[in-house]
Ligand binder design. Structure first.
Ligand SMILES: O=C(O)CCC(=O)C(=O)O
Length: 296
């Protein structure tokens, strides 16, 4: 199975004010990616405000950051990477310490009815959240690239895996770090990843950016992607930050079989994959349907 480089954005796009969930789900199933224009518009002002508050807070906490394998983590949970030359600091933000626990607007966005109509058409009637929400933040003037990768390198699942819904907080283009996706790559299975500046990524010779389709969009546009869809984004060369936020949804019986951030900890986790089970701790909050009792 190969990917289809003839796919254009219009092939994978619908509009939030006029779409049929079954049609949107069919696009997702075929291409492993779906763009819904304007889906998150009503949440953007609140989320943008909270994201900037979290960024300011994180920078103020930087002198208390601890070194971890992925970079440095401030007490509020923000992950920093080394900054490129010319920065006012030696570290740059990568993943912001903002979540459903800290932002009402973020949590409200995860419960959005139109989003869940699409997710239900993809995954079925009973859906839980996977994780607490994630926000990646590219600082201005060179903010980090995220190399092409599959999210399943980080959290491989037993069944279909989570549907990720990444939304733009600001208008996003080729200058400030548009998301790139490789349509059809969700059918390639689990690919071998290497260690890169932005953690697990695909070999850049085998997976150059030219293989991927850039998604230019407005604040409030959302991109649904399969856990095995190859995706990533280049540096932010604009004068302003480029944040995104991601809500993830999965079947209520699905669970992580391999969780990793580096090739070394992935190799260790793979040895334990066969023992993985759905535990009570792995249950996410219900956002659609009902969870019948089952022995964990
Ligand atoms: O556009 C970004 O910030 C990268 C998002 C991404 O690739 C991911 O979270 O897996």
């Amino acid at each position: 199975m190969t990917t289809d480089s003839t796919v254009i954005v219009e092939d994978i796009e619908v509009f939030a004010d006029d779409f049929a969930p079954q049609h949107a789900a069919a696009i997702f199933k075929e291409y492993g990616a779906l763009v819904v224009r304007g889906l998150m518009k009503e949440y953007i002002a609140g989320i943008h405000r909270d994201i900037e508050a979290a960024a300011t807070e994180s920078i103020a906490l930087l002198d208390r950051a601890e070194k971890i394998v992925e970079g440095w983590r401030t007490p509020n949970g923000t992950l920093f990477l080394p900054a490129p030359p010319g920065y006012p600091r030696d570290k740059q933000i990568m993943v912001l310490g903002i979540s459903y626990h800290t932002s009402t607007a973020f949590f409200r966005s995860a419960l959005d009815g139109r989003t869940l109509d699409i997710v239900e058409a993809i995954l079925g009637p009973n859906i839980e959240l996977f994780g607490n929400g994630q926000s990646l933040y590219k600082e201005p003037v060179g903010g980090h690239p995220k190399h092409l990768h599959q999210d399943s390198a980080y959290f491989e699942h037993h069944y279909e895996g989570p549907v990720g819904v990444l939304s733009y907080v600001v208008d996003t283009d080729l200058v400030n770090g548009a998301l790139h996706v490789v349509p059809g790559s969700h059918r390639l299975g689990q690919l071998k990843h290497t260690d890169t500046f932005s953690h697990l990524g695909l070999d850049a010779h085998e997976w150059p950016w030219e293989r991927a389709l850039p998604i230019v969009g407005k604040a409030g546009d959302s991109i649904f992607f399969h856990v095995k869809t190859v995706h990533g984004s280049k540096q932010n060369h604009s004068e302003h930050p480029r944040p995104v936020f991601i809500n993830r949804y999965r079947r209520i019986d699905d669970y992580v079989v391999v969780g990793a951030t580096t090739t070394a900890n992935r190799a260790e986790a793979e040895k334990r994959a066969a023992e993985a089970r759905k535990t009570n701790e792995q249950r996410g909050l219900m956002v659609r349907g009902f969870r019948p009792y089952s022995e964990a």
